[in-house]
Design a protein around this ligand. Sequence first.
Ligand SMILES: Cc1ncc(COP(=O)(O)O)c(C=O)c1O
Length: 359
Amino acid sequence: MPRPIRATLRAGAFAYNLAVARRCAGAASIWAVIKANAYGHGLLRAARALAADGLAVLDFEEAVCLRQADERRPILLLEGFFETRDLPLLVEHTLTPVVHNAEQLEMLKRVPPAAPIDAYLKVNSGMNRLGFSVDDVRLAYRTLREHPMVRRLTVMTHFADADGPGGVAAQLEWFERMTDGLEGPRSLANSAALLRYPQTRADWVRPGIMLYGCSPFGCADPAHSAEGLGLVPAMTLQSELIGVQHLQPGERVGYGFSFEVTEEMTIGVVACGYADGYPRHAPSGTPVLVAGQRTRTVGRVSMDMLCVDISDIPEAYIGTPVTLWGEGLSADEVAAAAGTLSYELLCALAPRVPVVEVE
Ligand SMILES: Cc1ncc(COP(=O)(O)O)c(C=O)c1O
């Protein structure tokens, strides 16, 4: 028998969350960001479930995998290409690269694609990660615009703090100044910008995390939590109790004896550990559902197991279902307790966890 752990992936949730994105996007088209194996949800599964206008991925491997699965929609390569031998693949698989540095421009000049391609020009509007800065952006634009093998050219940028206190105003203003007079469509918004700043919609939006039913804003503010935003989790990570221990005050739990019992307590041992993708740094007190009831983890998370307090859940016994995150317990909340983001939790789902697909 396999271990009782599994991740349930709900196709209807992707569709539901995409509908939320559509409502926010207005007339803008949607790139569904499905990089990193669709944030841990499975690249092809997410592509099938998301009726977006295009699919945004990180690299050629993901893009080719989509094309081999007969995917016909536009595919955006968020980091573009890396070397000249990548260039024929753009034509062969009809891929739209993001061009974000001078080396890529040089490669396009040296090894022009054999047929016209669409491209995105990435502008560094202040995040200082990828993109052309104010001194280079106009030359880069002109180089691409005049390139005989570049057909449609879209100008894009990425926001550093659309989910945070900084917002988008400064980057948006700078982007508009930097690209003033440059013709062509625009693409700016990630999930947070799409949900919070309608003025960033432009022509193509690029939501990721919201499609999976998590909030880019975390869970601190109920109005901006996943539930408050009307999003539903696409992934539910579940397991079962495989052990029960009755403990007396003074007894301790798990590696490092990091948790000490202060009053009589019953703990359940869950078949889920950091090798399944559960965050090892989740402290005692991280929320968890046992038999649908909310309780907390106790002690350190180990490789294959973690412990939970079931003192107030008398019916809990070996075989009782446990939800680590997903339906009934947002991954945003678990992530917050563990000092991280739901993005990291979802992406970290381990390949060894069996996946069950449901409608
Ligand atoms: C360039 C770009 N656009 C859009 C996204 C989607 O962001 P989010 O998942 O926050 O919606 C990402 C994700 O990191 C990104 O790198």
